[in-house]
Design a binder for this molecule. Structure first.
Ligand code: AMP
Length: 113
């Protein structure tokens, strides 16, 4: 989608600090980090949110989870720990309407709230 910022980052149209990519997913650094390490993982395919992954083939969700772990490993936070989350819809605080998982780490994140 031409007007979707994460589609444009995934295609390379908009520059970003990519840390890992494959044919289906891209991990890049959040422009406004909320922790010492803050990545976003997006599918190259435009889907709006987690609510829409039901139309993916069965193995793609598994691939996404494995990619998240690989991205955490790539930036050296796999063993120290991290938080992976996705915001869905208005009450979830989703600002960008393209599925993305936040990976936060590199420090003690404390309690969830
Ligand atoms: P959400 O509120 O879950 O939709 O999160 C959107 C995230 O995208 C925020 O953490 C923003 O800082 C981040 N963001 C927006 N534009 C960019 C960009 N061009 N490059 C990297 N991260 C971005």
């Amino acid at each position: 989608m031409d007007d979707c910022i994460f589609c444009r980052i995934a295609s390379g149209d908009i520059p970003s600090e990519i840390v890992l990519e494959d044919g289906d997913f891209v991990a890049f650094r959040d422009i406004d980090p909320k922790a010492s390490e803050h990545l976003l993982v997006v599918p190259r395919e435009h889907i709006v949110s987690l609510n829409d992954v039901g139309r993916w083939p069965g193995n793609k969700g598994q691939s996404l989870l494995e990619f998240i772990v690989r991205a955490a490993e790539q930036v050296g936070i796999k063993e120290s720990g991290y938080r992976a989350l996705t915001n869905v819809g208005p009450d979830g605080g989703q600002e960008v309407q393209h599925l993305h998982f936040h990976i936060l780490g590199g420090e003690d994140l404390g309690d969830f709230r």
